[in-house]
Write a protein that binds this ligand. Structure first.
Ligand code: SF4
Length: 164
């Protein structure tokens, strides 16, 4: 059976980022995987009920997505509004979609409070990043789905090859 990959919708050119832009990546493997029907796109923040555009949001206190899932910290937008519930809803819906399609892997946009897998912003809205993961990534990993950053297409390709 073809191994499917959950993918951040913005990486496929969908303008769903907080500022209404996309983060399309031009990689021949992505085009190939799309032709093979492997890619399952989702924007956790949009399906979680957030509008586009929307205020930027960060996980507070330089914490990480796992801390949000444990209800130890919140996700706040730059106006100070608590948007945790929408982000957690989006993470749960992303997990459901991944499980419905049998995704073993995810390729997500790094740096995002939802999709980050290597680093995220520190909650100060000053552009500072620290090692950590977003809330969707944390939930997917908790359920055994391997998450790769958008900069790791080639690494993911090696894992796919090892599966086949
Ligand atoms: Fe892209 Fe993920 Fe942010 Fe949606 S939540 S815009 S898919 S990085």
């Amino acid at each position: 059976m073809t191994t499917k990959i959950l993918i951040s919708a913005c990486l496929l050119g969908n303008p769903v980022r907080y500022n209404g832009s996309s983060k399309e990546i031009d990689h021949p493997l992505l085009a190939q995987w799309q032709r093979e029907g492997r890619l399952v796109p989702i924007c956790p923040e949009v399906v979680g009920g957030m509008p586009t555009p929307r205020p930027p949001a960060e996980i507070e206190q330089a914490a990480s997505g796992a801390d949000v899932l444990e209800s130890e910290v919140r996700i706040l937008d730059d106006q100070g509004d608590d948007v945790t519930a929408s982000f957690v809803t989006g993470a749960r819906l992303a997990l459901q979609l991944a499980q419905r399609h049998g995704c073993r892997f995810a390729l997500l946009t790094d740096g995002s409070p939802s999709c980050g897998s290597r680093e995220i912003h520190d909650g100060s809205f000053s552009g500072v990043r620290h090692p950590g993961e977003g809330v969707t990534t944390a939930l997917l990993r908790r359920h055994g789905i391997e998450v790769f950053a958008h900069t790791e297409v080639d690494v993911l390709a090696k894992h796919l090859k090892a599966e086949s």
